[in-house]
Design a protein around this ligand. Structure first.
Ligand SMILES: [Zn+2]
Length: 255
């Protein structure tokens, strides 16, 4: 495949900045059940509505040195980081996959997963608008050429949601407390919609390994709740990007 023209990669990156800016709004407002449209962006401290020049992704944050233009309250570095990460997702996927249906699926899936990872990390919440919205988006986009097929996508939803649902039920029986939230079940259904059932199992496998590596040492010192959605999100993105290669490597290496 010939690499896409550099203009389309740059344009995808700029579009990603705007999408990232919107994701920031969604990350703050969806867990609080607030409207995404009203009120317009404002400072949480002084309440001043932001002018457009205070609202340019990344650049405004840098120009204002991470402070509100009116009252000087610190603005979280989360804003520019999410914007830059989304830009990287968009530019990177267009660079690798070109202007293809596969790239379109990748940017939609990974943008949603990024928002999920941040809300789960901040508040241990995965808003239905993201997870169930992602199920709908994944099923709809499975009608584009390439994998998964619509049937494969639907099976992915059922297997992904089903496996985690069973884990949640069994885990609750064994440990007597909620081992897995309903948000994780819906998130896994969404990942299944994009990667099909084999990909779903790989994503779960990757997520479990990462969660074990990161959280077992942390849990030795403090009993912290594990925001497992972060790891599922990473597992899903890794599977979408490198799933076939990982499965090949596993098959040739161990089977
Ligand atoms: Zn302010």
């Amino acid at each position: 495949m010939t690499p896409p023209p550099i203009q389309s990669v740059i344009l995808a990156g700029l579009l990603g900045l705007l999408v990232g800016s919107f994701l920031n709004v969604a990350i703050i407002r969806l867990p609080a059940a607030m409207s995404l449209i009203r009120p317009r962006s404002h400072c949480p401290r002084c309440g001043e509505t932001l002018k457009w020049r205070h609202n340019i992704p990344v650049f405004s944050w840098l120009a204002l040195r991470g402070r509100c233009a009116y009252c000087g309250t610190r603005i979280s570095v989360q804003y520019p980081i999410v914007e830059l990460a989304t830009a990287a997702i968009w530019a990177g996927n267009v660079y690798v996959f070109g202007l293809t249906p596969h790239a379109a699926q990748a940017v939609v899936m990974m943008s949603i997963l990024l928002a999920v990872a941040v809300t789960d990390g901040r508040e241990y919440v995965i808003p239905d608008e993201l997870s169930l919205g992602g199920v709908v988006a994944g099923l709809a986009m499975s009608f584009l050429p390439g994998s998964p097929t619509p049937v494969g996508s639907l099976i992915g939803v059922l297997v992904g949601g089903g496996v985690l649902w069973v884990i949640a039920i069994v885990g609750t029986k064994i440990f007597g407390e909620d081992a897995m939230g309903g948000g994780d079940v819906k998130l896994m259904a969404m990942i299944g919609a994009f990667v099909g059932w084999q990909g779903t199992l790989l994503a779960l496998f990757v997520a479990s390994i990462l969660a074990t590596i990161v959280f077992v040492p942390l849990n030795m010192r403090s009993k912290r709740l594990v925001p497992f959605g972060i790891f599922l999100a990473i597992g899903g993105a890794v599977t979408f990007a490198w799933g076939e290669r990982l499965l090949d490597w596993y098959m040739t290496g161990f089977a």
